[in-house]
Design a protein around this ligand. Structure first.
Ligand code: NI
Length: 145
């Protein structure tokens, strides 16, 4: 962890009250921890905007009785084998499956794969989330232990 620097910032009273409300509502112990994570989030946003390598996950909900769907999903994942790191399949009930796919690569490529899956008949929902490979995030702080 790098050395701590103490900053003093000026905020309008309303905004300061909102900050304290957000800190109270969250699991953060103090304002510093909260602001640290806000900055880290911005750094991750910046990574995405620069088009660097990111980590992404797709959560798919689909009906496995839909003709040919599982084959198509499988083919797509093979097409993007360089980006797919791992996947987990859960049988939700008699008809419905959930699949969580973890990916690594350029944001555009990961979005392309997600859209390819999303538009297949029988896919009811495809949630896409981006995160960081960790390279662009500044370490430090004692939380998340
Ligand atoms: Ni299943």
């Amino acid at each position: 962890m790098s050395d701590l620097v103490r900053l003093s910032i000026s905020l309008e009273a309303d905004l300061a009250a909102e900050l304290d409300r957000l800190v109270d509502q969250s699991r953060y112990e103090n304002r510093s921890e909260f602001v640290r994570d806000l900055i880290r989030e911005r750094l991750v946003d910046e990574e995405w905007a620069r088009g660097g390598e990111v980590l992404g996950t797709i959560t798919l909900i689909y009906d496995h009785h839909q003709n040919g769907l599982t084959d198509k999903l499988n083919e797509l994942q093979h097409e993007y084998h360089a980006n797919v790191l791992a996947s987990t399949h859960v049988h939700l009930d008699h008809h419905n499956c959930a699949e969580m796919i973890m990916m690594r690569g350029k944001p555009d490529v990961l979005r392309e794969l997600t859209d390819g899956m999303r538009k297949l008949k029988g896919v009811m929902h495809a949630a896409f989330a981006l995160s960081s490979t960790g390279k662009g995030i500044v370490r430090g702080g004692h939380h998340h232990a």
